[in-house]
Design a protein around this ligand. Structure first.
Ligand code: HEC
Ligand code: HEC
Length: 257
């Protein structure tokens, strides 16, 4: 008990330190920041996302002109990878995370830019969409999960997978081969064909594959794609949502936390 509490305090201190380092390098929103952000953007991002941020950079076409995902249009698109409710803008931390990690298969990681440069480019891309000035995105808060999965919990998770029709898109065993997917019915917001994620392959998850990441993805959904948000279905039933998370983890043999 004591040890656990100490560990918890240590984690809080480390988190505090990280948060303050991130704050320390986050530059003020002024002309210098935007000028620097623009320079970095034009060097590192424009070839996919386009000089004007409209998702129409020359290299972007090679990703697949007639299929999803297209590089994001920062002027008007919504965002997939958020800690905020469906339909809302991402937080600065969400954007920082995407740029740091990249997106499996389609966008490189930009760890090679230092933190200040990543914040500068974020300030620049936000400047295209006036909604960022009007809204203050608020992350959803999630209760922490139970210690770990049980056989019965995973079985319950399986039942929820069936009950909520995840199978229709992701397939009976999570192989991404549900009837809607194989019939080619799945489309993104631009009517471009999109694949349902292979849930047996967590390295392809765009939003992270830790239990906390998967929990968050199911709460927020992936805007602009057929992947729904389940925050309403599981309101007040977070225990059940954790069981679904454990079931998804079991599909790739990751039973524990
Ligand atoms: C090789 C092409 C490529 C480059 C270079 C690239 N991106 Fe992307 N980016 C993409 C694609 C494709 C998507 C859409 C992925 C999806 O929707 O699944 C994307 C999506 C995004 C998103 C949206 C994430 C969300 O939540 O929906 C952000 C933010 C982003 N990119 C920022 C950047 C920044 C900043 C840079 C430069 C530092 C950059 N990208 C460079 C291809 C690229
Ligand atoms: C109508 C079709 C549809 C249904 C129903 C659906 N999904 Fe998805 N899901 C998708 C698509 C499409 C994607 C891929 C989105 C992308 O790559 O941009 C996805 C992505 C995911 C991901 C990967 C997220 C990531 O980080 O990349 C997980 C996990 C997931 N779905 C779980 C579920 C679960 C669990 C259910 C049921 C509670 C469910 N989905 C229901 C279509 C669906």
């Amino acid at each position: 008990m004591h040890v656990t509490r100490l560990k918890y305090v240590a984690i809080l201190i480390v988190m505090g330190l990280c948060a303050s380092t991130a704050q320390a390098v986050k530059p003020p929103l002024n002309r210098d920041t935007l000028t620097e952000g623009r320079r970095i953007y034009e060097q590192a991002c424009a070839w996919c996302h386009g000089i004007g941020g409209e998702g129409d950079g020359p290299a972007g076409w090679f990703i697949g002109r007639y299929s999803s995902p297209r590089p994001r249009n920062f002027v008007k698109d919504g965002y997939k990878l958020r800690s905020t409710a469906s339909g809302e803008l991402p937080t600065d931390q969400d954007l920082f995370k995407v740029i740091t990690r990249g997106i499996p298969g389609v966008m490189p990681s930009y760890r090679s830019l230092n933190e200040q440069e990543r914040w500068q480019v974020i300030a620049y891309l936000k400047s295209w969409n006036p909604a960022f000035k009007e809204e203050q995105p608020v992350p959803l808060t999630f209760p922490s999960g139970p210690q770990g999965p049980t056989e019965a919990g995973i079985q319950n998770g399986r039942n929820l997978y069936v009950k909520y029709d995840c199978r229709v898109c992701h397939g009976d065993n999570g192989e991404g081969d549900g009837p809607e997917a194989t019939a080619g019915h799945l489309r993104d917001t631009y009517e471009l064909p999109i694949r349902a994620t292979k849930l047996t392959d967590p390295s392809s998850f765009k939003n992270g594959a830790s239990p906390q990441d998967i929990f968050r993805t199911l709460m927020t959904g992936m805007d602009g794609t057929p992947m729904p948000a389940y925050a309403n279905e599981f309101a007040g039933q977070e225990e059940a949502l954790w069981e679904l998370v454990w079931y998804l983890r079991s599909l790739s043999g990751q039973e524990g936390s």
